[in-house]
Design a protein around this ligand. Sequence first.
Ligand code: KG4
Ligand code: ZN
Length: 343
Amino acid sequence: MKDGKLITMGIESSCDETSVALTADGRTVLSNIISSQIKVHQVFGGVVPEIASRHHLENINRVYVNAMEEAGLELADVDVIGVTCGPGLVGALLIGLATAKAMAYAAGKPLVGVHHIQGHISANYIEHAELEPPFMALVVSGGHTHIVNVDGYSSFTVLGRTRDDAAGEAFDKVARVLGLGYPGGPLIDQIAREGDPHAVEFKRVYLERDSLDFSFSGIKTGVLNYLNAEKQRGREVNKADVAASFQLAVMEVIVNKAVRAAKEHRRDRLVMAGGVAANSLLRKMLSDACRREGIGLYCPSPVLCTDNGAMIACAAYYRYQEGLLSDMTLDAWPNLPLETRKL
Ligand code: KG4
Ligand code: ZN
């Protein structure tokens, strides 16, 4: 406890960001140190799991020390240690987990395992002081595309999910075939601003009439086929037009389903989360659609959209309040379902 506030630490290492953060009463960020490995993986065009875990191991102590210094705290001041235990890359998750468990054991602090997506959703509580469940959530990241009915801080029902690629994965793959670099999401977002979104009509995939699921592998193939056909005709491709057309086709489907889910389940608030929630077109289209439908839209700032420890610390605070504690048997769970309450 510090100044009567419950201090929660959040440790995140599920993919290519090593992050440690400290929050007071869950929603006030005291520090949020994020060490990104993007540069390391860029040369490979994607995250290499073994290299990611090695870098987490090399970085985590420094990230921890910086987080404590910036918050002006010592381990004795920390009340709860939260850590992402899944889903994610198993070797990467293990580094955060081993760190959290060692500290919790040595300092006698409660340990709280956190589902990575609960973390992404919780980023909104940091940004929006008045936000409380229930609401509808759209989680769009490099590994996940979920529509989630959020009944409580740790109670979720997944209503729709991708059947193949995640939205961010599709952005990264299309950026690669366009030769834009990695990670592709922000690069497509940027170049698309100079392109015509109606230049190429890529097929919108809605699946069955009532389904809230997604499928993005078809559009990825659609882009590849278009590029090959243009090449065979000897025509130069306008990358900005392709990026803008691809982006619009993906976002139209996402916006349609997210708004439909909110309406069908009578939720008057929609919350965005995950790396792709930083996309400028998605933010614009969703805010227009929500305004038309009378739905309140919530979105974290870009730094809290992508992976960070603060969102994990915030989620751990609410899990702790609900008595959802973990013990030393807590393990890395690469495919952890969001509905799992006891971790
Ligand atoms: O949430 P996140 O940091 O990691 C996962 O949990 O997966 O999301 C990373 C993903 C990457 O696929 C990246 O390309 C995408 O988010 N992304 C974006 C944008 N910024 C990041 N996608 C589209 N537009 C953006 N502005
Ligand atoms: Zn993430």
